[in-house]
Design a protein around this ligand. Structure first.
Ligand SMILES: [Zn+2]
Length: 446
């Protein structure tokens, strides 16, 4: 199983201990992200798409044949039963620590939101609700994918439990909490780089999980996010990126795809395959993962074609929308598929023409104000190829979306409800018709 860097083309052995990031990561103005081959080797059938939720609730068991971490375990000779044992053992420990189960999250048609926008009976708004997930958000899926890889490596003797490198993440929100729970479940030491103004409640929870919290001050003359700078220094010293950023650890995108797989399976079973998907974007890993899940489902014939992919960012931090606009301007009014592919290839080799840090990001949706969209290129590609849009919402629109989510009975934060601000714009502009089916993700607990 080989992984290929989408930026520089370097091939990495996916069987090895840490096939996380491109060895040329720091070189050039290149978008280095490792990509695994699809779970369907040339000439072979796609694995069956599990439709029946009851047979196994744990997404890392249910969708294992679509996951890189399982395919690698098979490639190194591990039995299916052993893989399932490792996953279930980790899931049991996670539930014991967090209280929430590492299980399926619900997908339901929201009658309240559908009626609010006058959707017809056949159309409507389906919400995938991640607020009941472990640590209150979708982030746990990204991190469990990495952890399963690490535990499989130890079990197979590829790495030694007695000489574990530290795990490390730069975050002061949901991603840090999810990382804390998963690391504690595996009894693995975790460093969390946080800003000096981090929320004391989150810090207390991290301390209770035995994470090593490291506050980061901005050094004189330093540009960008200081927590991210310290994280990179730690990775240089051998720490493992336990993050939701695909450029630092591509395996986070593998586990993240379980959210898409699950939404697609449930939508197919309910006769509610979406025409549009609206995803709020901070670092871009969730959108990247969901787009890939839909692409695989379309290639496997599980759905007839791709839905239109739309993203939503706050006005106070929208580096992805900025990059998308730049690319569309360069592409001109009606580019051919070849021209789009050429442009995206060029963008991968000239990253800073499109993506650079946002100056003083701020929004009520504080979970999606990453100063860069780290996983941006696959999202831009997904929007371009499906005729989607990069939406930007002002603060009042985000507040209204949050209020609507609460009235509809979702316990989402302003970040978690932000996709609804995109829905409002798409309905308002007529891009979404009232007969359409729309998927929105409620990503995090308030
Ligand atoms: Zn590379």
């Amino acid at each position: 199983m080989e992984m290929t860097c989408g930026g520089c083309g370097t091939v990495v052995d996916g069987i090895g201990a840490y096939p996380f990031r491109c060895p040329n990561f720091a070189l050039g103005d290149v978008d280095h992200v490792l990509v695994a081959p699809p779970p369907c080797p040339t000439g072979s059938e796609w694995p069956a798409w599990p439709a029946d939720r009851s047979h196994d609730d744990n997404p890392f068991v249910r969708f294992r044949e679509l996951l890189d971490c399982y395919r690698r375990s098979s490639a190194i000779g591990m039995t299916e039963a052993r893989y399932v044992d490792i996953v279930n053992d980790l899931a049991g420990r996670i539930e014991a620590i967090d209280g929430n189960k590492l299980g399926a999250t619900p997908l339901t048609r929201s009658g309240y939101i559908s009626d609010f926008y006058d959707f017809a009976a056949g159309g409507g708004v389906w919400v995938k609700d991640e607020t009941s997930n472990v640590a209150g958000s979708h982030k746990v899926r990204h991190l469990v994918g990495i952890m399963v890889h690490l535990l499989v490596s130890e079990d197979a003797g590829i790495t030694d439990r007695r000489s574990r490198p530290d795990l490390a993440i730069a975050s002061c929100g949901n991603a840090a909490l999810a990382a804390g729970v998963v690391a504690a479940a595996a009894r693995w030491r975790l460093k969390v780089y946080v800003p000096t103004h981090a929320d004391p409640e989150v810090m207390a929870r991290l301390a209770a999980l035995d994470a090593v919290v490291i506050p980061c001050e901005r050094r004189a003359g330093e540009a960008g996010d200081p927590t991210y700078r310290r994280l990179l220094e730690g990775l240089g010293d051998g720490d493992i990126a336990f993050t939701c950023q695909g450029d630092l650890n591509a395996l986070c995108l593998d586990g993240g795809r379980t959210i898409g797989y699950e939404a697609i399976s449930d939508a197919v079973a309910a006769g509610a395959v979406p025409d549009h998907v609206v995803i709020q974007v901070g670092g871009g890993a969730l959108a990247t993962s969901c787009i890939k899940a839909f692409a695989y489902a379309a290639q496997a014939g599980v759905i007839a074609g791709m839905p239109r992919i739309h993203t939503l960012q706050p006005l106070g931090a929208h580096p992805l929308a900025r990059a998308f606009t730049q690319l569309k301007d360069r592409a001109g009014p009606s580019p051919s598929a070849e021209e789009v592919a050429g442009l995206l290839g060029e963008a991968a080799r000239h990253r800073s023409l499109y993506m650079w840090p946002w100056n003083e990001p701020r929004s009520v949706a504080s979970g999606i104000i990453d100063d860069e969209t780290y996983d941006w290129l696959a999202v831009v590609r997904g929007m371009l190829e499906t005729g989607g849009s990069a939406l930007v919402a002002g603060e009042q629109e985000l507040v209204d979306a949050h209020t609507l989510a609460a009235k509809a009975g979702f316990a989402a934060s302003a970040t978690g409800a932000a996709g609804l601000a995109g829905l409002a714009q798409l309905v308002g502009s007529g891009e979404v018709a009232t007969s359409d089916k729309v998927l929105v993700l409620a990503t995090g607990l308030r």
